[in-house]
Design a protein around this ligand. Structure first.
Ligand code: BG6
Length: 513
């Protein structure tokens, strides 16, 4: 195919032959209702995602947006606020025409989520939107509020009969955290499933919407190269890292009651583990994929204390800036015992993975932002080459980079040019940016679209979320309810606490962050 002639349009708008075939699937006309529409998540992620979907023509032919929040606003004020949020947070500068089209008919319902009248008014607004469209629109309720409101919103939707709509689909998207303990997650599932059927429920884990996370499945199941190696015979260990350089910002209220384990391990990191370790599903349908993920979670026992490490960041330097320690952050209680770093060693006790150490670590205020899965293979069985003054033969390592290095890298051993047989590791790299020449959509774009389409493959099922809690709950209880003595600290901007080395088996080492 010849290169497209220049049209004078900005570079990102040129047709990209490498993304051909990535067509959008049609979505039925929908009214999307965001509860918590003026909140942080909505402003930073949901509204910008909707704009980008509109920009790409991916929204349904008839798309209506309704915001519900406590603050008093008119429709026009909400539209203005939404436009500002989009201008500030969208990944591309908005085209004012597209923005106007998206927000032209926006509706807003204000009031408290426990007030049945709010839901009566919402019902009326949705009825008016159906009338104006001349058809029954699908309804998608997006719960982006503080989690304590999830049960009351769901019950009110049920009581006002908004959980069903004749000849149209009704769906309910629920943000994280889905409970803060196993018992709470069970209770929330009971409450949600008393109103909606499981097929109507979409529990968000935004990591599943990331391109590079979905690529773990593509990498494993669209290549025959790796499957023969994907087991305990060839793999020595797996390391999953979700390191952040940021602190807790203005989220002390939420974070101090959550901690690193609940905030990132219970959801995002266990999902990464599942995608890496699951058996090939029969097809890429929601239940086939989720059945396999649940099997992995069921094969993991909660780790004993000696396989877990927690710590908290102290002051230090990040990106050349002096930053305070966790206890000095605004809103954090002086006697807080919340961890900002968690490391675990797990094993998946099944035929494929028995005995392979699977290390998970996450933390705030570490050296840099880096999310990756590293799979280290076993050493060659016989050291044939002398370690002749070189770094020598090292185990092959496969690194699936989630962010910010989006791609896959394979560490191989190669001969250093010269007259001696000296070996050192080299990398073979696939980089998203280079191969596809396009900016990846944000996770929320994909997830909102999938929820409106009714495709739950990238959402967590009720039994899955409970299985995740079953692994983390005993650790949470140990860390938060029992006196564990002083919490280890690590200097901000570093690799994390020394103590993390204590969970490594034999010669295993953490990769540098
Ligand atoms: C969220 C956590 O779920 O994920 C945050 O609550 C964390 O604490 C964030 O910073 C990380 O997401 P991402 O997409 O930036 O890796």
């Amino acid at each position: 195919m010849s290169a497209p002639a220049s049209t004078g349009t900005p570079e990102e708008e040129l047709p990209n032959p490498l993304t051909e075939g990535l067509e959008r699937l049609p979505v039925h006309s929908t009214a999307l209702v965001i509860f918590g529409a003026t909140g942080d998540l909505s402003r930073r992620k949901l509204l910008p995602a909707l704009y980008n979907l509109a920009h790409e023509g991916a929204l349904p032919e008839r798309f209506e947006l309704v915001g519900v929040s406590r603050s008093e606003h008119s429709d026009a004020e909400f539209a203005k606020d939404a436009a500002e949020a989009i201008r500030e947070f969208s990944r591309r500068d908005p085209d004012e025409e597209v923005l106007k089209g998206l927000l032209e008919h926006v509706r807003y319902v204000s009031g408290s989520f426990d007030d049945p009248d709010v839901f009566r008014r919402l019902g009326q607004v949705l009825g008016e939107l159906d009338d104006a469209a001349g058809q029954r629109l699908n309804r998608c309720f997006y719960l982006s509020t503080a989690p304590s409101f999830f049960p009351v919103i769901v019950s009110n939707l049920g009581e006002q009969g908004l959980d069903r709509h004749d000849d149209a689909e009704v769906r309910c998207v629920i943000e994280k955290p889905f409970g803060t303990t196993l018992e709470e997650a069970r209770e929330l599932n009971r409450c949600v499933l008393a109103v909606f059927d499981e097929r109507q429920v979409f529990r968000i884990d935004h990591y599943l919407g990331k391109e590079t996370v979905q690529n773990v499945l593509a990498f494993r199941f669209a290549n025959s190269l790796f499957e023969p190696l994907w087991n305990r015979n060839a793999i020595r260990n797996v390391q999953i890292t979700a390191a952040e350089d940021i602190g807790i910002g203005s989220r002390a209220g939420y974070y101090d009651s959550a901690g690193a384990l609940r905030d990132l391990v219970q959801n995002h990191m266990l999902q990464l583990l599942c995608l890496l370790c699951m058996e090939p599903p029969v097809d890429f349908s929601a239940d086939a994929v989720r059945d396999e993920k649940v099997k992995v979670l069921r094969a993991i026992k909660p780790p004993p204390p000696e396989r877990t490490v927690r710590a908290r960041y102290g002051p230090g330097t990040v990106g050349g800036e002096q930053v305070p320690g966790y206890l000095e952050e605004e809103g954090v209680p002086a006697d807080s015992s919340t961890e900002t770093y968690a490391a675990l060693r797990l094993t998946v006790q099944n035929w494929r993975w028995a005995g392979v150490p699977i290390y998970l670590r996450t933390g705030k205020r570490l050296a840099r932002k880096s999310t990756e899965i590293a799979v280290t293979l076993r050493e060659v069985p016989h050291a044939m080459f002398k370690q002749d003054g070189s770094v020598g033969v090292q185990p092959n390592q496969l690194v699936l980079g989630v962010q910010p290095n989006e791609g896959v890298s394979i560490k191989l051993s190669a001969k250093i040019p010269g007259t001696r047989m000296s070996i050192r590791p080299v990398n073979m790299e696939f980089l998203y940016g280079t191969s596809f020449l396009s900016q990846s959509p944000e996770a929320y774009e994909r997830l909102i679209l999938d929820a409106m389409r009714g495709d739950a493959t990238l959402f967590t099922r009720n039994d899955e979320v409970e299985a995740q809690w079953r692994i983390c709950d005993p650790i949470v209880r140990r860390w938060h309810e029992e006196d564990q003595g002083p919490l280890p600290t690590y200097e901000s901007g570093t690799q994390g606490p020394e103590e993390a080395n204590s969970i490594l088996v034999g010669d295993d080492q953490w990769r540098a962050i």
